[in-house]
Design a protein around this ligand. Structure first.
Ligand code: CP
Ligand code: NVA
Length: 313
């Protein structure tokens, strides 16, 4: 949590590594409560009259729709903006954009490739800023992943989580989550697409909870949760090369057979069927990918409430 002289505690949601485990648990608890209330037909209008501005520098389906619908379900309103239609496209700085928008809206959610740009926006904003994905991390996604795992299989603490494929923003947030939630994380990537220096530092900070294992079969052995993601993230330019190098890390039924019998499969979506995962796995009985996608909605609402200082319903 950051503080400003003018406004007191300012609740940005930028990275899971900024949070204590109890704070992340509180947000997950809120998400579970909100989900139960919604299923019971209740929509507490806790953010009535609040306006969330959403800035998308890149494409999105889940993040965009779940924040938009979530805000409306809580009685608030949204503004959907894209970088290219704002003065950002004509070199107005992120900091000046934040200073101006803070005078109009109550919170800002942004998807922007550069994590430094996110930090510049947050540093100058006097309203909460939420990270809706950067090249470095995707914290909202991994909160939804944890909620989904625990709904299906109970507490994640002590479970073996395995990441297979490209090292990317979703993996980084899983590394940050691992520090807080007490699971282990085994990461299997080709050397060319393994964790960068920054992520290796974060891995080190988990004190041994994250292991790097080259061979995907060995990595997945006994897994409780197997996760993959696209081989070509937004901003990657070497798609052809990636498909070639990453093909031994495809999650197929043979690889899933190495996991524990009660294991589940996750993918943040969008999936590239036939590349990082086969149809049999993503449509198979172990896959919980659409529950995972649904939980983005409930988690987004919880993060919004937390950002506005609301910690219980
Ligand atoms: N998983 C995820 O963030 O999806 P979108 O890119 O569709 O928002
Ligand atoms: N790693 C992917 C996640 C998409 C939600 C990307 O950055 O494109």
């Amino acid at each position: 949590m950051m503080t400003t002289a003018q406004s007191g505690p300012l609740r940005h949601f930028l990275d899971l590594s900024d949070f204590s485990a109890p704070d992340l648990r509180r947000i997950l608890g809120l998400a579970a409560d909100l989900k139960a209330r919604l299923k019971a037909g209740e929509r507490p209008l806790l953010l009535k009259d609040k306006v969330l501005a959403m800035i998308f520098e890149r494409e999105s389906t889940r993040t965009r729709v779940s924040f938009d619908v979530g805000m409306r379900q809580l009685g608030g309103e949204t503004l959907m903006l894209t970088g290219h239609e704002m003065q950002l496209a004509r070199e107005e700085t992120l900091a000046d954009t934040a200073r101006v928008m803070s005078r109009y809206v109550d919170a800002i959610m942004i998807r922007i490739l550069s994590h430094d740009d996110l930090m510049e926006l947050a540093g100058a904003s006097s309203v909460p800023v939420i990270n809706g994905l950067t090249r470095r991390s995707h914290p909202c996604q991994v909160m939804a992943d944890i909620l989904t795992y625990e709904e299906h299989r109970g507490p994640i603490a002590g479970r073996k989580v395995v990441w297979v494929g490209d090292s990317n923003n979703v993996l980084a947030s899983w590394v940050h989550a691992t520090r807080a939630f007490g699971n282990t994380l085994t990461v299997s990537t080709p050397e060319e697409y393994g964790p960068d220096q920054g992520l290796l530092v974060d891995i080190e900070a988990t004190g041994g909870a994250v292991r790097l294992v080259d061979d995907p079969r060995q990595a997945v052995s006994g897994a409780d949760l197997v996760i993959t993601d696209t081989w070509v993230s937004m901003g990657d330019t070497d798609a052809k090369e990636r498909r070639k190098v990453l093909s031994p890390w495809r999650v197929d039924t043979r690889l899933m057979a190495e996991a524990a019998p009660n294991s589940v499969f996750m993918h943040c979506l969008p999936a590239h069927r036939g590349d990082e995962v086969t149809d049999e796995v993503i449509d198979g009985p172990q896959s919980v990918v659409f529950d995972e996608a649904e939980n983005r909605l409930h988690v987004q609402k919880a993060i919004l409430l937390w950002a506005f200082g609301i910690e219980e319903l």
